[in-house]
Design a protein around this ligand. Structure first.
Ligand SMILES: *Cc1c(COP(=O)(O)O)cnc(C)c1O
Length: 365
């Protein structure tokens, strides 16, 4: 039984008629850019997340970039984030000319350690940018309290957490700006690149709308240097077809995660922890083991995919090494050597989860 990390075919088959009809409609009306479907999808996401505004952009990376610019972050500023994330989080900070300042993580949740943030705040700090890694929101209440105390912006990287919750709110609704990715393998994935910024602020929403469309408020009038960063109508067709099913998809991810954890409990393989503060939507199901490489080999030999997210923390990346030569993040470094993400998608069957666990438990026997 071959088991992939993620299988996108099931959702396509389920929604094929609707998606194909939508594609045909877009082609026949030839409204490809910023048409009625993107607008409707923006309204649907705003309602789903419980926020005032949602603005479609070209990718999750652009969502972060435009959110930082809208928040007025620029050269000379510092933005505090985690070193244990995908490079895009820090790239976006660098795009606006600011400096990413990394803070070590909590080993139980893989998210930024809220107890270490305050010591990293300087007079140059302008924003905190927590990442809701693997689908579990960072501990946002103490993070928001620090933002309040030091007048910092709170920008959430929700690329892996569409539908997750913290303290009764959807991820993205807590901060000043929330940034989503619709990369195909994300919890809500399109058929290409796409992203979205959500916010309750009229001013930030307006700024992102202007920035995504060449700095233009009125057609052919340009008030600032903007970008070509728009979500397109074909992506909106796919995303609108999937959004009504997202809670069910996330529910099935959680069901699979709990089955994995049940099977691995008491073994030398440590299952991921839920912090009990909201809803973890398991973009990834990631275990810890000192024998990580051996487990990966055993799974590969059995035809089962697994992956290391992320093998090299950002402060150790060539591009950020020079600016972070004295950075020491012992938790991040240990975790990067021990993490292994297992196959995870809503359509994964109980039988497949059992098969993965059989191979893993056999390998550590
Ligand atoms: C995927 C991802 C991004 C970037 O999203 P793209 O749509 O691929 O540009 C940013 N941050 C995190 C944590 C991600 O997982």
């Amino acid at each position: 039984m071959n088991i992939p990390m993620v299988d996108l075919k099931g959702q396509f088959r389920e929604l094929q008629a609707q998606i194909e009809a939508g594609f045909r409609e877009v082609c026949e009306t030839t409204q490809f850019i910023l048409g009625p479907r993107v607008k409707a999808f923006e309204e649907e996401v705003a309602a789903y997340c419980g926020v005032k505004h949602a603005i479609g952009v070209a990718s999750g990376t652009d969502a972060l970039h435009l959110a930082l610019r809208a928040a007025g972050i620029g050269p000379g500023d510092e933005v505090i984030t985690t070193p244990f994330t995908f490079i895009a989080t820090a790239e976006a900070i660098s795009y606006v000319g600011a400096k990413p300042v990394f803070v070590d993580i909590d080993p139980a949740t893989f998210n930024i350690d809220v107890n270490l943030i305050e010591a990293a705040i300087t007079e140059k700090t302008r924003a905190l940018l927590p990442v809701h890694l693997f689908g579990q929101p960072a501990d946002l209440a103490p993070i928001a309290a620090l933002c309040e105390k030091y007048s910092l912006k709170l920008i959430e990287d929700c690329a892996q957490s569409f539908g997750a919750e913290y303290g009764g709110k959807k991820s993205g609704a807590f901060g000043d700006l929330g940034c989503f990715s619709f990369f195909p393998s994300k919890n809500l994935g399109g058929y290409g690149d796409g992203g979205m910024v959500v916010t309750n602020s009229d001013a930030f929403a307006h700024e992102v709308q202007v920035l995504r469309n060449h700095g233009s408020r009125v057609r052919y009038h340009h008030s600032t240097i903007g970008y070509n960063s728009r979500l397109d109508e074909l992506q909106a067709v796919v995303l609108r077809a999937k959004l009504p099913h997202l809670d069910e998809y996330n529910h099935n991810r959680r069901r699979n995660a709990h089955l994995y954890s049940e099977r691995l409990k008491g073994s030398p393989i440590l299952p991921p922890a839920e912090d009990g503060k909201g809803l973890h939507v398991y973009h990834q199901y990631t275990v810890l083991s000192p024998a990580r490489d051996q487990l990966h080999q055993a799974l590969t030999a059995a035809g089962i995919a697994s992956a290391v997210y992320y093998p090299i923390p950002l402060h150790r990346q060539e591009v950020y090494q020079a600016s972070c030569s004295s950075c020491r993040f012992p938790v991040t470094e240990r975790v990067a050597e021990q993490v292994l993400s297992l196959p995870m998608y809503p359509e994964l069957s109980a039988e497949q989860v059992h098969r993965v666990c059989d191979v893993l438990l056999d390998a550590v026997k």
